[in-house]
Design a protein around this ligand. Structure first.
Ligand code: CP
Length: 309
C-alpha cells in the first residue's frame, strides 16, 4: 500500500483527480460516520503545513491527536520510528510527518501499517506543498502545457524546488531555475536563467525562501540579495501582463521579494495557503480510501452532495 512520500509517485491523471476532489471540498466539510484519528508528527517548525493539515482533518471530521516534540517523549530521546510505532499502536489511522532527514520514511515505510503523508523531508521533498502550488497555477491557466515557469532562489536547500520542478515538467510545463551563485542544485536537470530573463519570459515566478537555518555561514552576496537576485518592484513591472507570483512562505520580506509585492495583484501567495487546506483534504481522503480505512460510501455521498450544489 502506498504512503504519500513524493509528488513524483503520482501520475498526471491522479494529480488532476486530486484537483477535482479538492474543488469538491472547497467551502464544505465531510460528515464522517467513522471515528478516525490523525497524528501530525512535526519534528521541524511549521505554521502553514501543520495548521492546514489540522483544519483539513477537522473539516473531514477526523480527531486530531496532540503531539509537540517539546512536550513529548522525543525530549527523552525517543526516535521518530518509536514515536510513529506508538501512534500506530494506540490507534492512529493516519500519520503526517515532517522531519529534518531527507529520507525519514525509509525505515518507517516497511514497518508502519497505517498511511503516512510526507509534510516535508529535509531538503528533499515537500509533496503536499507541491500539489497546492500546482493547483494554484492550474486555477490560473487551466493547463500546464507550454507554460514557462521559473523557480527562483535558494534551490540548493529547498525541498519545494525538487518536488515542483519534476512534477511541473511531467505536466508539460517548461521549467527553469534562477539562483545566486552557491544556491544552485546542479544534480537537478533544469536550465538556469537570470532573474531578468525570468521576469521577461515566464508565466509564473515561483520564489523560494532563503533557508538561513540550513546555511553553514552567511554568504557575502546576501547583503544585496534582493537587488541582484530577488523580485524587486522594478522587475515586477517587467513581468508578462498575465504572469503570477508564488512563494511557499514563510517569506523573508525584503530578501527574496520586495515586501510591497507580497500582496500585490499578481501575488497568489495567500491563495496558495487557502488551496493547501482543500488539496490536503483530497490527499487525506484519497490515501485513507486506498488503504480501505475510510468508508467509500461516505466519500461518494459527500461528493454527490457537493457536486450537486
Ligand atoms: N510552506 C510551508 O511549508 O510553510 P510552513 O513551514 O510554515 O509549514
Amino acid at each position: 500500500m502506498r504512503h504519500f512520500i513524493s509528488a513524483n509517485q503520482l501520475t498526471v491523471e491522479e494529480i488532476m483527480r486530486l484537483f477535482e476532489t479538492a474543488d469538491w471540498y472547497r467551502g464544505t466539510g465531510l460528515e464522517l460516520k467513522q471515528q478516525l484519528f490523525a497524528a501530525n508528527l512535526f519534528f521541524e517548525p511549521s505554521t502553514r503545513t501543520k495548521s492546514s493539515f489540522i483544519i483539513a482533518q477537522r473539516k473531514l471530521g477526523m480527531e486530531v491527536l496532540d503531539f509537540h516534540t517539546e512536550t513529548s517523549s522525543v525530549k527523552k530521546g525517543e526516535s521518530l520510528y518509536d514515536t510513529a510505532k506508538t501512534f500506530e499502536s494506540i490507534g492512529a489511522n493516519l500519520l503526517v510527518v515532517r522531519h529534518q532527514s531527507d529520507s525519514w520514511f525509509e525505515k518507517l515505510k516497511g514497518n508502519i501499517s497505517i498511511p503516512m503523508i510526507n509534510a516535508g523531508a529535509g531538503t528533499a521533498e515537500h509533496p503536499t506543498q507541491c500539489l497546492l502550488d500546482l493547483m494554484t497555477i492550474y486555477q490560473e491557466y487551466r493547463t500546464f502545457n507550454d507554460l514557462k515557469i521559473v523557480i527562483v532562489g535558494d534551490i540548493k536547500h529547498s525541498r519545494v524546488a525538487q518536488s515542483n520542478a519534476y512534477a511541473l515538467k511531467a505536466l508539460g510545463a517548461k521549467v527553469f531555475f534562477s539562483a545566486a551563485p552557491g544556491f544552485e542544485a546542479y544534480q537537478l536537470d533544469f536550465p538556469y536563467i537570470s532573474i531578468e530573463e525570468a521576469v521577461n519570459r515566464c508565466d509564473a515566478i515561483m520564489l523560494l525562501r532563503t533557508q538561513h537555518e540550513r546555511h553553514d555561514q552567511r554568504s557575502a552576496f546576501m547583503t544585496d540579495y534582493l537587488e541582484n537576485y530577488g523580485l524587486t518592484k522594478g522587475r515586477e513591472k517587467q513581468m508578462k501582463k498575465h504572469a503570477i507570483i508564488l512563494h511557499p512562505a514563510p517569506i523573508n520580506r525584503g530578501v527574496e521579494i520586495d515586501s510591497d509585492l507580497v500582496e500585490c495583484e499578481r501575488s497568489r501567495i495567500f491563495k496558495q495557503m487557502e488551496n493547501g487546506v482543500y488539496i490536503r483534504m483530497a490527499i487525506i481522503t484519497n490515501i485513507l480510501q486506498e488503504w480501505g480505512i475510510m468508508n467509500e460510501n461516505t466519500i461518494e455521498k459527500c461528493k454527490t452532495a457537493i457536486s450537486s450544489r
